[in-house]
Design a protein around this ligand. Structure first.
Ligand SMILES: [Zn+2]
Length: 108
């Protein structure tokens, strides 16, 4: 996938994460707890079809296509206004704050 550079922070992002030339981090909601390149583990007890809470008021459903990532270590890619993007699924799914395991003071 072709990446584009954020005009503000110069980080390389996927085009669909850009908004007015800025990346997900630069127009990130300040309530979001995780930042790009944070590594986290997807909770292994997530249930398909259940809606989980995000940290900026969004509520996201856990889909069957996301199940393969349960218990896996993933890397935060960015945030696009309706959840986190992760590197490992190529940005296909939107991940809510509550779908990640909270470890070692990562809890906000
Ligand atoms: Zn940026």
């Amino acid at each position: 996938m072709i990446e584009v550079m954020c005009t503000k922070c110069k980080f390389m992002y996927w085009p669909d994460e850009m908004y007015k030339g800025l990346c997900g981090e630069c127009h990130r909601d300040t309530r979001m707890a995780f930042k790009p390149l944070d590594t986290l583990t997807i909770r292994s007890d997530l249930k398909i079809g259940v809606i989980y809470d995000g940290d900026a008021g969004e509520r996201l459903r856990f889909h069957s296509g996301m199940a393969e990532f349960k218990g896996k270590k993933v890397t935060i890619r960015g945030y696009v206004g309706y959840g986190y993007r992760i590197v490992e699924d190529y940005g296909i799914w939107s991940w809510a704050y509550d779908m990640f395991e909270k470890v070692g003071g990562k809890k906000k």
